[in-house]
Design a protein around this ligand. Structure first.
Ligand code: NAP
Length: 257
């Protein structure tokens, strides 16, 4: 729609971890707003592809295990070959490991920090190089959206590598905004509250914990991946051109409590 600052028609997005949960919700929301989407992940994203195509948009699946930086160059090359350019990058793929800090293993530290923070940075670097060049040619702005967490702001418990990685994602979001704002790129993050996905399946299944969580959320319910999709469309759009280095909590009021 001409003049609608939220319209993403003609834009191309890359979403990591888009086969399920929040990534799927974001990919579908971006498609509803008009974007074509590259779906990057280690599991087939056929359901998400069908949902994006049902909106009349293009979807391409790119298979990659994002626990190491090895596939980064290839992922970006495949997306550029399939869609021509990348206007929007959503760094969503992430994992969590739970254990007491006294017993936490180095393996559970490395895999979480590598997936949630190290690979996020180097994928963003690779896409950022493309965005800087494309923006200088076309004048259109690139949009990077990192998926942070409540544990970007809070300490959490029994999740040391997750808290460290998501706090790091918050810091990197601000650093990259500082470096790239004048280079035609907006870098922001979304901090989801408690969203009903595989990531929180254990919490949802624990009746006592699930009740405590809902009682503490002013909105009185778990979030849905579509709740995060709406925030992603805003940050990906022209409407957010002057939003930089912001970590947008989408948490039903959890942090306000
Ligand atoms: P999810 O349903 O478990 O989805 C995680 C996604 O990341 C899946 O697509 C998963 O692929 C992908 N992924 C994990 N490791 C990967 C790897 N090595 N290579 C490629 N893809 C990989 O959980 P979710 O809740 O939607 O989580 C999405 C993001 O939101 C994560 O960064 C998470 O930390 C964050 N978050 C979630 C919540 C919440 O309440 N749910 C709250 C705050 C932040 P597979 O399906 O193949 O494993």
């Amino acid at each position: 729609m001409a003049g609608n600052p939220f319209d993403l028609t003609g834009r191309t997005a890359m979403v990591t971890g888009a086969n399920t949960g929040i990534g799927q919700g974001i990919a579908v929301a971006l498609a509803k707003a008009g974007a074509n989407v590259a779906l990057v992940g280690r599991s087939a994203a056929s359901e998400t592809q069908a949902l994006v195509e049902a909106e009349g948009r293009r979807a391409v699946q790119i298979s990659a295990d994002l626990s190491s930086t090895a596939p980064v160059g290839d992922v970006v090359a495949q997306a550029l070959e399939a869609l021509g350019r990348i206007d929007i990058l959503v760094n969503n793929a992430g994992i969590i490991r739970r254990e007491d800090a006294l017993d936490f293993s180095e393996e559970d530290w490395d895999v979480v920090v590598d997936t949630n923070m190290k690979v996020l940075f180097f994928l963003t670097q690779a896409v950022g190089r493309h965005m800087v060049e494309w923006s200088s040619q076309s004048g259109s702005r690139g949009k990077i959206i990192n998926i942070a967490s409540m544990l970007t702001f809070q300490g959490g418990i029994r999740v040391p590598s997750y808290t460290a990685s998501k706090s790091g994602v918050g810091g990197l979001t601000k650093l990259l905004a500082n470096e790239w704002a004048t280079k035609g790129i907006n870098v922001n993050a979304i901090a989801p509250g408690y969203i009903a996905t595989n990531n929180t399946a254990a919490l949802q299944a624990d009746e006592n914990r699930a009740r405590q969580i809902i009682e503490r959320i002013p909105e009185g319910r778990w979030g849905d991946p579509a709740d995060i999709g709406g925030a992603a469309v805003f940050l990906a759009s022209k409407a957010a051109d002057y939003v930089q280095g912001h970590i947008l909590a989408v948490d039903g009021g959890w942090l306000a409590r």
